[in-house]
Design a protein around this ligand. Structure first.
Ligand SMILES: [Zn+2]
Length: 314
């Protein structure tokens, strides 16, 4: 694990230490109604999806809870990991031990159903041209939205790459992970099951942002689709809603800053932030942004309920 990734993991663990869930107050209900109006009025929606969305969905990578606590309990007990991600970046004694944990992690997320906030978001945006820009690597966005409408900027556990990397390709991780989990003995994967690069024979590594992250052809294609979506809608003068969900402060250059910039420059671009902490505002947007602080799962569930109630009344 690189020093940078270790620091990010530790800081995220601190940031995520706050209450994920919360109740919806009357004041928040008013804000949610404004959000529903903005969604209704929008010609297109760009979602910026951060780690707070997966935490709200019950897949907290920075604290032991729910699905991951159950799936990785034996590893947690053996190694004393402080969180799922701590284990992901632990300095294991052998590649076989490292892969035993990584493969179990990948399988746990591959088998995890789409979290409720993701399904609520899909229901809220149904019928709207939508694009998802995410820093999450845990396969959740792809379970609720089409691959074509997602740019996984930091990579995704669902894939492997050559660790060097020697060539421009990513490979399915889940099939390899299942074989490794099945073959794991005494917390180690046998050498024969450890994935090797088909080109150079070097070891493989999960396809996620690190020093050797490979921005390969599929990554560039997804980024090009995202940029084309922005050109078509934002530059085309359409009314666009930027919906920022659970985005922390760790990598603001991916979602937060570009969103602020687009909202500052374009009067037809509106910006809504939903986060469990007090949201910060740049203060100079062409349209004043809406900031909703509270539990993301509860806010999206309430938004969906209000939307469906509204439709029933019509
Ligand atoms: Zn290679």
């Amino acid at each position: 694990m690189s020093t940078m990734m270790r620091i990010i993991s530790q800081i995220n663990a601190v940031n995520m230490g706050e209450q994920v869930h919360g109740t919806v107050t009357e004041e928040m209900r008013g804000q949610i109604a404004l959000m529903l109006t903005q969604i209704e009025l929008a010609d297109a929606v760009v979602v910026g999806c951060g780690s707070g969305m997966s935490s709200a969905a019950g897949y907290d990578h920075y604290h032991w809870s729910g699905t991951l606590a159950d799936a990785l309990a034996l590893f947690r007990e053996r190694y004393g990991f402080g969180s799922p991600f701590d284990g992901f970046y632990h300095c294991f004694s052998t590649p076989g031990e490292q892969w035993a944990y990584t493969a179990a992690y990948i399988c746990a997320m591959a088998d995890a159903p789409a979290g409720a906030p993701y399904l609520d978001l899909r229901a809220l945006l149904s019928g709207k041209p939508t694009f998802i820009l995410t820093t999450n690597v845990d396969m959740q966005c792809a379970k609720a939205f089409d691959e074509d409408e997602i740019c996984a900027f930091q990579g995704d556990f669902a894939y492997l790459q050559c660790a060097q990397p020697c060539h421009d390709a990513r490979y399915d991780a889940v099939q390899a992970a299942r074989a490794m989990v099945a073959g794991t003995r005494d917390f180690a994967v046998p050498d024969v099951l450890i994935p090797r690069c088909p080109e150079c024979g070097w070891r493989m590594t999960p396809w996620m942002r690190d020093d050797a992250f490979l921005e390969e052809a599929q990554w560039h294609a997804a980024r090009a689709r995202y940029e084309a979506f922005l050109r078509r809608h934002v530059l085309g003068g359409a009314r666009v809603l930027l919906l920022e969900l659970g985005v922390g402060d760790m990598t603001p250059s991916v979602i937060k800053f570009p969103f602020w910039q687009m909202a500052a420059k374009n009067k037809n671009v509106h910006h809504i932030t939903v986060n469990r902490r007090e949201a910060r505002s740049p203060g100079k947007l062409a349209n004043p942004g809406l900031y909703i602080s509270g539990g993301i799962a509860e806010i999206l569930a309430e938004a969906r309920r209000m939307k469906e109630e509204h439709h029933e009344r019509i």
